[in-house]
Design a binder for this molecule. Sequence first.
Ligand code: SF4
Length: 382
Amino acid sequence: MYEEIAKALLLWYKENRRSLPWRDDPSPYHVWVSEIMLQQTRVEAVKEYYRRFMDRFPDIETLAAADEDECRKVWEGLGYYSRVRNMKRAAASIVEEYGGKMPVTSAALKRLPGIGPYTSAAIASIAFGERIPAVDGNLLRVFARLALYEKEIRGREALSAAAAYFQEVMDSMPSEEGVLPKDRYFFAGNTVCACPGDINQALMDLGAMVCIPGSRPLCGQCPLRDHCLAFRNGRCSDIPVMPPKKTRRIEKRTVLIIRDGERIVLRHRPEKGLLAGMYEFPNEDGWLTEEEALEKARQYGFSPVRILPLPEAKHVFTHLEWRMRGYEIRVGDFDEMKKETGRVTDRTKEKSDSCFAVTISQMLKQYAVPNAFDAFFSSEAE
Ligand code: SF4
């Protein structure tokens, strides 16, 4: 059965595979960058970010040598900024420890910052031909339906079961002597030559295009229908069994858009925790009244001359939701204020948590501000 699944899958993939920029040249670096970007982000949205990232950081050495702020700026909009920070650290390790070449096994890749079981398996299978399933949400769902897995698909147990199932699929295929890399599969008659990475990518595509989430997978178009236990048992709409959704913690915040005629105030976030190392508009716990917001601005060292409430906004993180109110606070000239108080500084190289003022064009060019604040910046820009 497993060999039949592998063949049906590869034949389908040959005809239906998505054409994606990183697939045209699946170098280890390209696979790595695309797989990290694809976590939590739709394929269509990733294409433009991928192009921009490759224009600026075309290889591992360039990424390793890059300034961290610039990495964040190029990543801006993708969210989950710790991912790009880890990539930069991993690139530095690859340069130092492996002479700039990515390690070739999933076990060695997993030791690099930010590369976990899924990403290491994806890189090792696609770029180096290792026979290892890369189990993401798509593969979990396809597995649960094929095998009629009736437990919740979460945690190690489901991951191990899916990995074991697809390992059987991969190992069922014969390798053709003399075809490189050594783990390429080949079957004549239908002239399919593929590597283990193609089985992973075929399953990813099947999960994204046919065995889709929700109660209506497109079984009529599925190459694996004859082998699918959920289909055979009329259970496609209720498998997989999803874990209950976690409730998000709600946090109230007040965002302060502090500006003089030309410049706007930013603050550097701490290097650890949520949105680590990013730049933000000053913001405070809770919903402040106008008077409290003005007082807060004075505590930062500004002299407010006018305050204007901004429309409310919310931003959803994985386990947290910010419900935000905002104020635009006009202040006197920053340069004058600096002379008087010495507290408002232009940005210098050294990091600090203090506020600093930049022009809008400087902000857009140099500083990565999380999209959690987009609503307030749009309001500010209008
Ligand atoms: Fe998914 Fe339907 Fe194919 Fe089964 S037959 S793998 S449920 S699309």
